[in-house]
Design a protein around this ligand. Structure first.
Ligand SMILES: [Fe+2]
Ligand SMILES: [Fe+2]
Length: 229
């Protein structure tokens, strides 16, 4: 099982690299290249995933702005956050859609979406894609060192990934998934700030968490579609 998935993963990585290279070589405008890649990712994502990606980029730019990051970096994080789960394109559907909990080997395969995403986006010396590669690789790392794939902690995790982490978890808590119901804004907020047995506040950069708390009502507005950031 693991080996088959590994082969599927590498095939998808190669296909994505070919796609990105073709997009880069056939268009002289690099920002149009990035837009084309993002459009394609959204097209090949299912509706639920596409909506998740669109919302995460909106939350992420709000936090980047709240933290006082420069406009260039804000935009890089905005585009990069949309690609955070690109590695899931290489994970078998039966695992992605599995209702209920994963077996140990399924969990290992699922967690590989970080490594696969980082690999798909590596080797492109273009700021948007460099930030996208680090977000894809590190968005499941935790501030307290309990995350994956490497168990990095604190500032060893790139800031872009620390920002996307809280956005991704908030949206996952709000959303219905094959293995869980959707939660209200207040339940999601409490889970992130006080912990719920799965999510813990120690998972997040304290400054990013403070920005999230300040902005939390806007997150609800974005999730419910009342704010089109
Ligand atoms: Fe992820
Ligand atoms: Fe995600």
């Amino acid at each position: 099982m693991l080996n088959i998935s590994h082969e599927i993963g590498l095939g998808a990585v190669a296909a994505m690299k070919r796609f990105v290279r073709r997009e880069q070589s056939t268009d002289s405008s690099r920002s149009r290249d990035v837009e084309a890649v993002l459009r394609r990712v959204t097209e090949i994502s299912d509706e639920v995933t596409a909506d998740h990606l669109m919302r995460v980029r909106k939350y992420a730019i709000l936090i980047a702005e709240q933290l006082g990051l420069g406009e260039d970096l804000q935009m890089q994080i905005y585009f990069a956050s949309q690609l955070h789960d690109i590695g899931k394109l290489a994970i078998p559907q039966e695992i992605l859609q599995k209702p209920g909990s994963f077996t140990r080997s399924e969990r290992v395969i699922m967690n590989r979406h970080t490594l696969l995403g980082g690999e798909m986006l590596s080797d492109y010396h273009f700021p948007y894609l460099e930030v996208a590669a680090e977000v894809a690789l590190y968005h499941h790392e935790h501030w307290d060192g309990t995350g994956y794939p490497y168990g990095l902690s604190g500032e060893a995790i790139p800031l872009s990934a620390r920002i996307v982490a809280v956005c991704d978890v908030y949206d996952a808590l709000r959303s219905r998934r094959p293995y869980k119901d959707s939660f209200s804004h207040d339940v999601a907020l409490t889970a992130i700030c006080d912990g719920d047995g799965w999510t813990l506040p120690e998972h997040f950069d304290p400054q990013v968490l403070a920005a999230f708390v300040t902005l939390n009502r806007w997150f609800d507005e974005i999730y419910t579609g009342r704010l089109d950031a």
